[in-house]
Every structure is written in structure tokens, then in C-alpha cells.
Ligand binder design. Structure first.
Ligand code: 13P
Ligand code: SF4
Length: 360
């Protein structure tokens, strides 16, 4: 067995533990309406008092997304969250999402205070790719250009030549492929395989996966599609290949929302985290949305795709963070400087190209 095979096997085994960690996350129950209103008002006041701006991912709780919208903050995908935080003048950024998003904000803005409602919000892709094993993998293939997904630690980004998000991965890999480069891709094997299929690039894959998207089921999706022939199927490329096969549009969270808004279909079946429905419904209020099945026919929960780590960002812990200043994100300055090189490449590339859905 080659060293590559060994490492691939090692990460695949760890995936079981990562799934157990995800399943063990305790998501607090949503507060009653009156309590929510109180918390919402308090959070609003604190953001103002602390000169802080809230940047939230589409997968976070609808209250947090609404709070960001109503306080001059921003709700978006991971690439745009990074861009917005970088350009906004506030001295404190509060990042509601998962840890790599907070770390990315800190790398891009070392002079700013970056807070997160919780520092416990992991990502299975980040967890699947520890720096020591990844570095070894890269060292074994020194001729390859190292491209990592944004869903990784600061240390892994610092080891990379490029960072990409799902909204720009295909374009970056096509660009590198056109230059004759062969690639190490990490950590999401499904996104990697998708990009490889579209671009034909030579990519050596890390074997990570997203615990939410990998659970979408092609067979059950095909049945739902038959039941709703008027609906277009929107799929995030972290999903397995047989699910992507059934898609009318494959793209980042922002690309999927745009597709729902711009396509003529009256209905959509959506294979991504169900937190996205808050913005999707706002963008296309007259359309109908169905969650893609993620647990197979006959299971207790056929459509319950929600990232447990996104779900532990709440109004309560946001308030507590703003009151105490706890949950500040720190990145070793040297690591941050090195990671910035790969991140800046992505930002420059994205500024120079127009982002669009990767398959129509
Ligand atoms: P986006 O880059 O599309 O926001 O995706 C981030 C993510 O974590 C998807 O699971
Ligand atoms: Fe990570 Fe998946 Fe959660 Fe996105 S949805 S943050 S990829 S575990």
C-alpha cells in the first residue's frame, strides 16, 4: 500500500468518530416567542454598544440571520462572509458559523477583535484534516499544487498554495489545470470528485466529507423528483456524486439561492442544510421549497439536514459573548501570515472573475 493509500484509509476510519461527535452535539431548544423577542432586542443593543458587526452563515438560526440583516451585518456563504468582514470598518466582528469561518476572519483581519457565539462549533471537514497528517501527505507529493477548501484550520491553510470555497473551486482548479499543474485537493472528497469531473484536472484527494451533505440519498431524491416534476433540483457540491447527478444546478449556497430566484420553476428540491430556507424563501417568496431526503425512505427523519455545529450558535451565547468578550478567536500570527498568502490568492482570483453556478 502506498503512503497515499495509507493516509486515505486513516482519514476514512476517523470519519466514524467524527460522525459520533456530530451526533453527540446537544442543540439547545429554541426559546419561546416572548423570550426570543427579549433576547433579540438585547443582542441588537449590545452590537451597537460594542461597535460590533454580525456576520452570519446561511445555515445559522433564522433569528441570527434576521439580527445580522437588521443591524447592518451580513448573511452569506463562506467566501462572501470573509469578504464582507474584511471590508467592514467595525473593530469587532462577530462571526456566527463554525470555527474555520472565525479563523478565516482573524487571518484576514489580524488587527480586529473576532468573536464567535461559541468556539465549540466544529466542521467535519476541518476535523478530518489534522495538520500533521496533511503535511505528511503534501510532503509525499512535493510536485503538486496544494489546494484546500476553506473548511480547514488556519494551519492547513498555511500549508496550502490556494484556499478555495465552493463558489470558486471549479474556476480555480480549471485555471490551475490549464497551466498544466497537478493538484493535491483537501479535505472534501465529494466536492473534489465533482470538480475533477467538471475540469478533468489531475487531483489527488484527501478523504474527508461533510456529515450533513454526505447523507443525502439519490434514490429517495429521484422519487421526490418524480412526485414533483415541476421542481428543479438544487444541490450543494459537498453531496455524493449520485445526488449531484440528479441536480439541475450545482453550486455554493449563494449560487443555489440565486438559482431559486432566477429560474422559472415554481418549486425546488434543495439538497443542502435547511438553514438556507430562511434566505431562499425571502429571495423567492412565491415559490415552493422541498428538502431533499437525507435519511432514506421509512427513516424517522427523512429530511432533517442541519449542521449540528451551526445550530449551537444562538441568541443566548451571542449575548453572553458580547457581554463578557469571551470566545475571542486567536490565530498564531506567523500561521495567519502564511495562511493569508493562500487566502489572498482566492480573493484576488475571485475579484478578477465572475462567480456563477457551476452547472446549469
Ligand atoms: P458555502 O461556502 O457554500 O457557504 O459552504 C460552506 C459550508 O460549510 C457548506 O457546508
Ligand atoms: Fe462543515 Fe458540513 Fe457543517 Fe458545512 S454543513 S460546516 S461542511 S459539517
Amino acid at each position: 500500500m502506498s503512503s497515499t493509500d495509507t493516509l486515505a484509509t486513516a482519514t476514512a476510519v476517523e470519519h466514524d468518530q467524527i460522525c459520533k461527535m456530530a451526533d453527540a452535539v446537544v442543540v439547545p431548544p429554541a426559546p419561546e416567542k416572548n423570550r426570543r423577542d427579549e433576547l433579540f432586542a438585547r443582542a441588537k443593543q449590545l452590537l451597537k454598544e460594542k461597535n460590533a458587526v454580525l456576520v452570519a452563515h446561511y445555515y445559522t438560526d433564522a433569528d441570527l440571520q434576521r439580527l445580522a440583516d437588521e443591524t447592518g451585518g451580513y448573511v452569506s456563504d463562506s467566501l462572501d462572509m470573509a469578504r464582507f468582514g474584511h471590508e467592514h470598518p467595525a473593530s469587532t466582528l462577530v462571526v456566527a458559523g463554525v470555527r474555520f469561518m472565525g479563523e478565516t476572519a482573524k487571518i484576514l483581519n489580524p488587527e480586529k477583535r473576532i468573536l464567535m457565539p461559541t468556539l465549540e462549533a466544529e466542521c467535519s471537514l476541518d476535523l478530518s484534516c489534522p495538520i500533521e497528517a496533511f503535511s505528511e501527505f503534501c510532503d509525499a507529493h512535493p510536485d503538486r499544487t496544494v489546494v484546500v477548501y476553506a473548511n480547514t484550520s488556519a494551519a492547513v491553510k498555511a500549508r496550502a498554495d490556494w484556499v478555495v470555497t465552493s463558489s470558486i473551486a471549479t474556476e480555480v482548479i480549471a485555471h490551475l489545470h490549464a497551466q498544466g499543474k497537478s493538484i493535491i485537493w483537501a479535505p472534501d472528497k465529494y466536492l473534489g470528485n465533482y470538480v475533477q469531473t467538471v475540469t478533468g484536472a489531475d487531483m489527488l484527494m484527501w478523504q474527508g466529507s461533510c456529515v450533513v451533505h454526505e447523507r443525502f440519498k439519490a434514490h429517495a431524491l429521484a422519487s421526490l423528483k418524480q412526485k414533483h416534476p415541476e421542481a428543479a433540483v438544487l444541490v450543494h457540491p459537498e453531496s455524493p456524486a449520485d445526488v449531484v447527478e440528479l441536480a439541475d444546478v450545482v453550486g455554493s449556497t449563494t449560487a443555489l439561492i440565486k438559482a431559486a430566484q432566477q429560474m422559472d420553476n415554481p418549486a425546488f428540491i434543495v439538497a443542502t442544510d435547511n438553514g438556507i430556507f430562511y434566505k431562499m424563501q425571502q429571495a423567492a417568496p412565491d415559490k415552493t421549497f422541498y428538502e431533499a431526503p437525507n435519511a432514506g425512505i421509512g427513516a424517522n427523519c427523512e429530511s432533517c439536514a442541519h449542521c449540528p455545529w451551526m445550530a449551537i450558535n444562538t441568541l443566548e451565547n451571542l449575548i453572553s459573548t458580547l457581554e463578557t468578550g469571551d470566545n475571542e478567536v486567536h490565530v498564531d500570527p506567523e500561521t495567519g501570515k502564511q495562511a493569508m498568502v493562500a487566502l489572498q490568492r482566492m480573493l484576488d482570483f475571485s475579484a478578477a472573475t465572475r462567480n456563477k453556478p457551476v452547472k446549469n
